[in-house]
Design a binder for this molecule. Structure first.
Ligand code: BGC
Length: 451
């Protein structure tokens, strides 16, 4: 029998975005600054000196953008709330106008039969909290729990899917180890502390949700499978270290209540002793795992590899995206099955998957051809389906991303959108990948049978 790519009934098809990357107007209506605003305003931190001051102007064009989503046939949309819009000082006084924006967004989505998935933290910590130590201060877990409670109180009557954190690994590796993301630190000793406090914060928010929320809450992690460059024992060791560091550091504590042993080797003397109570707090059931999958890495052992002794080896004859990531769909299937095997077959949403390929800054006409992105999406959605066939409990798929947007410190130079944005005019133009995705969504995958 010919294979069918039909997905199960009720499967969610969406796009993902995040607040700082699309909204613009970061200080409007009483909002406080986030540490991303400060970082992007710091000379030499951003490619092209770009900032999120305007970005896609989504804060002011939200209704139009929801119409674009409806036009794509989406039945789900994942966005994040900017903490500093809701609590300008990070704690204490609530800015109702900031909350009102997300309230209107949720209503607009529901009015178009689009299920919202809300991320509480997609990298934009209030600057006021960073000034008090941010993720390095143990108190951040209480600050985050209080902020989460404010969001639950206002939106849980309509929002049924919540995410505590987006990609804690990137928050710490980019923000505290390599300095490429806010707050721009480069400190091996701070890195595990920030990571641990992110986990404590996640857990406290889940705890609050169990007391007050009625629906489902999960955690979003980025997983990048590590493959050895050779059969040597050293390369196998590099794989183990890199895998523990990037892929298991956050999931093992949540599901198993312990950190991978290998993290001691990764961090050496920078690895602290944690209070046992913390791991009890962190280990608590979540309702789903959100998987962000983009690529794999082939690595070989390099004694100077920092901090995990793994050095990526470029692959011949492979396609690479504009962000330098190998296109490798098979590892999406593998990752979904790895989650199933290692973490008790949790419900999974692919909360991000997509690719930056070169698109021009301006477009004539009403369509932009983007064959490489179409190919990427087709192959990855098929790879997701293969994991369903093999028993993974996959419930939804979200493309990164709806609109070309601020790719963090890469500024506007990398375009991941299904919809092109001309940043000079804010004109939106659908790419051919948007048409393809619409056909996939509207046929619940079946159209892939002919592709
Ligand atoms: C993040 C997004 C980012 C995307 C592409 C993910 O790591 O969640 O915010 O734009 O990858 O780099």
């Amino acid at each position: 029998m010919k294979k069918s790519f039909q997905f199960p009934p009720g499967f969610l098809w969406g796009c993902s975005t995040s607040a700082y990357q699309i909204e613009g107007s970061p200080l409007a209506d009483g909002a406080g600054p986030s540490f991303w605003r400060r970082f992007s305003h710091t000379p030499h931190m951003m490619v092209g000196g770009d900032t999120g001051d305007v970005a896609c102007d989504h804060y002011r064009r939200m209704e139009d953008d929801v119409r674009l989503m409806a036009g794509l046939g989406l039945n789900a949309y994942r966005f994040s709330i900017s903490w500093a819009r809701v609590l300008p000082e990070g704690t204490g006084k609530i800015n109702q106008k900031g909350l009102d924006f997300y309230d209107r967004l949720v209503d607009a989505l529901l009015g178009s039969a689009i299920t919202p998935m809300v991320t509480l933290y997609h990298w934009d910590l209030p600057e006021a909290l960073d000034n008090r130590g941010g993720w390095l201060n143990r108190k951040v877990a209480d600050w985050f729990a209080d902020y989460a409670a404010v969001c639950f109180r206002r939106l849980d009557d309509r929002v049924k899917l919540w995410v505590t954190l987006n990609e804690p690994w990137v928050v710490t590796d980019g923000g505290y180890l390599r300095g490429a993301l806010a707050p721009g630190h480069r400190n091996l000793f701070e890195t595990p502390i920030a990571g641990h406090n992110l986990l404590r914060s996640h857990a406290r928010a889940v705890q609050v949700y169990r007391e007050t929320g009625k629906h489902r809450i999960g955690l979003v992690v980025n997983i990048e499978p590590k493959h050895p460059a050779s059969d040597s024992p050293q390369d196998a060791e590099a794989v183990d270290l890199a895998h523990a560091y990037m892929n298991r550091q956050y999931l093992d504590p949540v599901f198993h209540g312990r950190y991978p042993q290998k993290l001691r080797d990764v961090f050496g003397e920078a690895w602290p002793r944690w209070p046992a109570d913390d791991l009890e707090l962190i280990r608590r059931p979540i309702d789903f795992v959100g998987l962000n999958y983009y690529t794999r890495a082939v690595v070989h052992y390099d004694p100077d590899g920092y901090p995990d002794k793994a050095k990526p080896v470029p692959q011949r004859n492979a396609t690479y995206t504009e962000t330098g990531w190998e296109v490798y769909p098979q590892a999406l299937t593998d990752t979904l099955l790895w989650l199933k095997e290692n973490y008790g077959n949790p419900p999974i949403y692919i909360t991000e998957n997509g690719a930056a390929f070169y698109d021009p800054p301006t477009v004539e006409g009403d369509r932009l051809e983007d064959p490489l992105r179409q190919d990427y999406l087709k192959k990855h959605i098929k790879a997701a389906h293969a994991a369903l066939d093999a028993g993974a409990d996959l419930r939804g798929y979200f493309v990164w991303t709806l609109l070309d947007n601020l790719e963090w410190s890469q500024g506007f130079s990398k375009r991941f959108g299904l919809i092109h944005v001309n940043y000079a005019t804010q004109k939106r133009t659908r790419k051919a990948s948007a048409d393809l995705y619409q056909r996939i969504v509207e046929s619940n995958g079946q159209v892939l049978d002919e592709m």
